[in-house]
Design a protein. Structure first.
Lengths: 594, 293
């Protein structure tokens, strides 16, 4: 395999030249930088941290469901809001609200678009940086006010208590949730900052991808990661303003006495009746008009990255490249007309319910097409069963479950029953954790050598994968059964109800699995940190991959490419009969002999 | 190691299927057979989707396991091909695996419409059967009076129920949109006739709640500012669980109430009982529900 040797040589060359500076990116991470790689790593480190915080909050929720009203070990003593370690119901409400908030706004969205979007887009399209580096840096630093606001909300404000969905009137009237007066304002402000951050990123990604591709990189030669980031950026740009506006309206309702979402005559907590003629359903429409596209913002980039990783790991072209692109676009397009499926029981016009049902059922179609194409990609490949590959398979396998459970909920009559039960909780954890997070774990292992010039440990990676996978399914699969049994979500004590009493042991089992899964994340963090120093060194192209990013040194210096890249083919020419090696980098000129 | 992982990915779907098969035996399943005709149809739809998704689940997981095992054997020393299969996809397969699921999905979507319409579309409400109930319980009503027999008002954290009172001649009045002096009140205890479609007007006094009867498979949000009519039909004369399904504050979990489905006579007798109790209490206890509006 002559060309493999060739790449290794160049890789060695790059590495000698820069060996003293391998930690350069890392050293720059705590500081202001407009380099997209540093910003990407800043996002990654921040979101890994918030992931742990969000996980801890979830374990609090799980504790209450497994051992209701019993004293929490360790944490109880640390958290003043608990009554001597016991979780009071107000605090339980804050726990799940903050858990979802942190996971959605501070982990999933920024780790995909922020961390990987930033790191990968310029590298994969052969650009030296983003189109607007300054805006890019701001998009990272706007995360911190958001984090500060959410922290204030939780720690000082008394805790937001209306779920991540923040339905009014609960969220609009301070007296509806005593103690959460300022918390809800902080929370809304936090969401606004996250929105700023995402919006700056999104504009940047679109511009960069449209304008700054290397010569020869046509749209249909772009890796699916780039396609997914591009589509995600469009979704963000169109959906996000709606949430931001709705957020401001809600703040105005709370602080300025407007009544966008508050109808007249509500008597909340013995306060005077409300005046005004607002509509609470308006919030639900606006919120889901953003948040349904947002669930795809939380998935599409992972879909793209998994496609790239699978092709590389299987040493085989992606199966059905164009159908993959079209189905992602279809998901994005349909994603804008399905928001009503979160409101089937809200009493909106039943005819609307029907149309939303049809569009929702149909969105399962492009999802199915993607699954089939991933399986097709593995089919006939020569996979190496490494950590990256395992996480990608988990992605596909878990996404199947999440997609299929979606069909139950898309069917309105069935959703009447399972809406707001644990079935929903099972569904979105299968897509958001089962699919997206496993994809992210794979991506961390896959691009880590490019970020830091070293491999992460395979052994620890596999252990982490194993524990996470087992813990994940042990925690979330039984939730389908809880949902079918009619256990409502967001209940501090479901065992008050005789028909749910016998689920206590199952919930305890789930909590144990959740703890295993939670603590397994320390392996990931440890592996991530220790590999900076002791990981095996990697060359430019450790996975023998085709993408442009692998033509740069590891880690790439400022400006990325030491040789300006020219693109000759798409990124999936693995196992091509036209070349000796089993891969054919996008930058390698065609052999003049043939 | 690679064989271990192949088995691993083939194994977990088996565990999942076995768990689901065993679940009803452990009572980890629906809270009993659906206790209303509509609930029965919802369950049927659920099982139909369950069949379709189970077949899809098994099919895709088998396909995944197959390509994994195949891939693992491709990397054995001495495997036939030096390189992976060089294929960019198959137009034919794409057409098949887009159109077949499309047909199935469309079928699922349109097949549901009727049940949904019956549950929510006003014109499809079983009006005649409701009117038969009014006849049997001798309700004195005009043509345009509300079809509802009770008004259920959710508030943090209980359910308040308002029934119409009786006329002097002993007939039941019709439920008026606004509270009347003769109205009868109860908290967390909803009584209605069984074995016939009955309607309630659902509203909330404060934040959003959701009226959930798991055994009947009925759920409807109580939306601030709206009065939402819903109907349901309990199959048996017994008491059912009523709870709240939409986050409404810290006490959301404890909006525990019951719905008692009774014979027609039992229902009237219950209202009479309420009337007696209320007349006794009236001296010192004006129901504070009067403050509403
Ligand atoms: C196969 C395609 C899918 C269908 C048909 C589908 C359908 C639905 C429906 C109908 C609901 C509302 C259920 C209810 O509240 O009663 C829902 C909720 C949800 N879905 Fe999906 N879904 C699909 C895929 C996804 C994906 C890919 C994601 C994320 C990556 C996702 C994330 C969510 C989330 C987060 C919620 C719940 C939000 C909440 O109430 O807190 N779904 N889905
Ligand atoms: Cu949705
Ligand atoms: Cu509630």
């Amino acid at each position: 395999m002559s060309s493999v040797a060739a790449t290794t040589e160049t890789a060695d060359h790059g590495h000698h030249a820069r060996s003293d500076d391998l930690l350069a990116l890392l050293k720059a991470a705590p500081f202001w930088s407009t380099d997209h790689k540093v910003i990407g790593i800043q996002f990654l480190l921040t979101t890994l941290f918030t992931l742990m915080v969000g996980g801890a909050l979830a374990l609090g929720v799980r504790w209450q469901l497994a051992f209701p009203w019993e004293n929490m070990p360790f944490f109880g003593a640390l958290v003043p809001a608990t009554a001597g370690g016991q979780i009071p119901p107000e605090f339980y409400t804050m726990l799940f609200t903050m858990h979802a908030t942190v996971m959605i706004f501070l982990v999933i969205i920024p780790i995909l678009a922020g961390a990987f979007g930033n790191f990968l887009i310029p590298l994969m399209i052969g650009a030296d940086d983003m189109a607007f580096p300054m805006l890019n840096a701001l998009s990272y630093w706007f995360m911190w006010p958001a984090i500060a606001c959410f922290t204030c909300s939780f720690c000082v404000g008394g805790g937001p208590a209306s779920g991540w969905t923040s339905y009014p009137a609960l969220s609009a009237l301070a007296q509806a949730a005593p103690g959460s007066g300022w918390a809800q304002n902080w929370w809304l402000l936090g969401v606004t900052f996250v929105g700023f951050s995402s919006m700056m990123g999104s504009i940047n990604y679109m511009t960069t991808i449209i304008n700054m591709r290397a010569p020869g990189l046509t749209l249909f030669r772009m890796p699916l990661t780039i396609w997914s980031m591009f589509i995600t950026a469009i979704l963000q740009a169109f959906a996000l303003p709606v949430l931001t506006a709705a957020g401001f309206m809600l703040v105005a309702d709370r602080m300025l006495g407007t009544c966008f979402f508050v109808p007249a005559g509500l008597i909340v907590n013995n306060a005077d009746p409300t005046v005004g003629g607002g509509q609470t359903l308006l919030w639900q429409h606006l919120f889901w008009f953003y948040s349904h596209p947002a669930v795809y913002i939380m998935l599409l980039p992972a879909m793209g990255m998994v496609s790239d990783m699978l092709a590389c790991m299987c040493r085989k072209p992606i199966f059905g490249y164009k159908p993959m692109v079209y189905s992602m676009s279809a998901i994005a397009g349909l994603g804008f007309i399905v928001w009503g499926h979160h409101m089937f029981t809200s009493g909106m016009n039943p005819a609307l319910g029907m149309t939303f049902m049809i569009s929702t059922v149909m969105i399962a179609l492009p999802s199915a097409v993607k699954v089939f194409n991933w399986i097709g990609t593995i089919w006939g490949g020569k996979p190496e069963f490494n950590v990256v590959f395992l996480n990608c398979i988990a992605f596909v396998s878990m996404f199947i479950v999440g997609g299929l459970s979606g069909i139950f909920m898309a069917a309105v009559p069935v959703d009447i029953y399972i809406h707001d039960t644990y079935f929903i909780v099972a569904h979105f954890h299968y897509v958001l954790f089962g699919a997206t997070l496993f994809g992210v774990f794979g991506a961390i292992h896959f691009w880590y050598p490019k970020m830091f010039g070293r491999y992460m440990s395979e052994g620890w990676g596999k252990l982490h994968f194993f524990l996470t996978f087992v813990g994940f399914n042990g925690t979330f699969f039984p939730m389908h059964l809880l949902g079918v049994a009619g256990m409502p979500r967001r209940y501090a004590d479901p065992y008050l109800y005789p028909y749910l009493e016998h689920f206590l042991p199952m919930n305890q089992f789930m909590t144990i699995c959740a703890a295993i899964m939670g603590f397994a994340q320390f392996i990931l963090i440890g592996n991530f940190i220790l590999s900076w120093f002791w990981g095996e060194k990697s060359g430019r192209n450790p996975w023998n991959a085709n993408g442009l990013e692998w033509a740069t040194p590891s880690p790439p210096g400022h400006g990325n490419f030491d040789i300006p890249p020219v693109v000759y083919r798409g990124p999936y020419e693995y196992a091509s009969p036209d070349t000796d090696a089993d891969f054919w980098p996008q930058t390698q000129p065609p052999d003049p002999a043939t | 190691m690679k064989w271990f992982w192949c088995l691993f990915f083939a194994f977990w779907p088996i565990v999942a299927i076995v768990l689901c098969l065993l679940a009803p035996g452990f009572d980890w399943w629906f809270p009993g057979k659906a206790e209303s005709p509509l609930g029965g149809r919802i369950d049927d739809l659920f099982y139909m989707i369950l069949w379709i998704t189970t077949v899809t689940f098994i099919g895709t997981q088998i396909a995944l396991a197959y390509v994994l095992f195949k891939g693992a054997s491709n990397t054995e020393p001495g495997a036939e091909n030096e390189k992976a299969w060089f294929s960019h996809g198959s137009h034919q397969l794409e057409v098949i695996w887009s159109s077949v699921p499309a047909v199935i999905l469309l079928f699922i979507a349109f097949y549901q419409l009727e049940v949904w319409a019956e549950y929510r579309v006003k014109d499809a409400f079983p009006r005649e059967r409701m009117e038969a109930v009014f006849e049997r319980i001798h309700q004195d009503r005009q043509k345009n009076d509300s079809l509802a027999l009770a008004e259920v008002t959710a508030r943090q954290f209980e359910w308040r129920i308002r029934y119409p009172g009786f006329n002097a001649d002993g007939t039941l009045k019709a439920l008026m949109p606004d509270p009347q002096p003769t109205d009868l009140y109860a908290v967390n205890d909803l009584h209605l006739p069984a074995s016939a479609p009955v309607m309630i007007n659902l509203r909330t006094q404060d934040v959003q709640h959701s009226f959930f009867l798991p055994e009947l498979r009925i759920k409807q949000d109580a939306v601030p500012g709206l009065v939402i009519p819903i109907w349901f039909e309990a199959n048996h004369q017994r008491s059912y669980q009523l709870l709240c399904a939409e986050l409404c504050g810290w006490g959301h979990y404890k909006m525990n109430a019951r719905f008692v489905a009774e014979s027609d006579e039992g229902f009237i007798e219950y209202l009479r009982q309420l009337e007696r109790e209320q007349n006794e209490d009236r001296v010192d206890d004006t129901p504070d529900t009067d403050e509403e509006e």
